[in-house]
Design a protein around this ligand. Structure first.
Ligand code: DX5
Ligand code: ZN
Length: 222
């Protein structure tokens, strides 16, 4: 199942609620929300208040990607604000098992995220616990960066590991996804495709989401 997740990082923040409503109406499956703290990543974005403010706009799942040090301190606030999925970077979690279980105790889907240089071996003892895995295909912090090709090998190796272990956990990919890269990402095994600038940088969101979906499905049917 292919899901397109527009990242609101590239939306017009002055009209954020309208932008979320627009991508929802344009056929998005998930709304990807990037939370940055200026410590773990060199940029600052938004907190639970903003998530709460845009929550009434759509029933689509809110996929909150926490790029913050000590995510444990904010998980509950984002859960209350309306997050449906919450993902944390393995690089920020010394007690990853506890953090993942905290998210699940709050009845939210729990995801783990790997930076481009972080190996898959870090997931070995947590795989059974997670609801989705997010592979970064850029260094987190900014929209509009170039896709890092080694992410494809990471996704396909992860897919093999999941298959071997009999786990059906969706793989999400984030960074540099556009009409040129989406096919390769899906071929490698990604099912949830985050795209920021590729969607919000265009005039017609519906047309762009449709084209992205088409490219993704094309790969699966050949
Ligand atoms: C990067 C963020 C991404 C970002 C992707 O740190 O996690 O979600 O919005 O932007 P694009 O799709 O423009 O690479
Ligand atoms: Zn993201």
């Amino acid at each position: 199942m292919i899901r397109i997740a527009p990242s609101i990082l590239s939306a017009d923040f002055g009209r954020l609620a309208e932008e979320v409503a627009a991508v929802a109406a344009a056929g998005a499956d998930v709304i990807h929300i990037d939370v940055m703290d200026g410590h773990f990543v060199p940029n600052l974005t938004l907190g639970p208040l903003v998530v709460e403010a845009i929550r009434p706009v759509t029933d689509l799942p809110f996929d909150v990607h926490l790029m913050i040090t000590n995510p444990d301190a904010f998980i509950e606030a984002f859960a209350r604000a309306g997050a449906d999925w919450i993902s944390v970077h393995v690089e920020t979690c010394p007690h990853l098992h506890r953090t993942i279980n905290r998210i699940k105790e709050l009845s939210k889907k729990a995801g783990v995220v790997l930076n481009p240089a972080t190996p898959l071996t870090t997931l070995d003892f947590i795989l059974e616990e997670v609801d989705y895995i997010l592979i970064m295909s850029v260094n987190p912090g900014f929209g509009g960066q170039k896709f890092i090709p080694s992410a494809l090998r990471k996704v396909s190796e992860l897919k093999n590991i999941l298959r071997t272990r009999g786990l059906e956990i969706p793989i999400e990919i984030d960074g540099g996804i556009n009409l040129e890269t989406i096919g390769a990402a899906v071929k490698a095994g990604a099912e949830i495709l985050v795209a920021g600038s590729a969607i919000f940088g265009t005039e017609n969101y519906a047309q762009t989401i449709k084209s992205l979906r088409q490219k993704a499905l094309e790969v699966l049917t050949v």
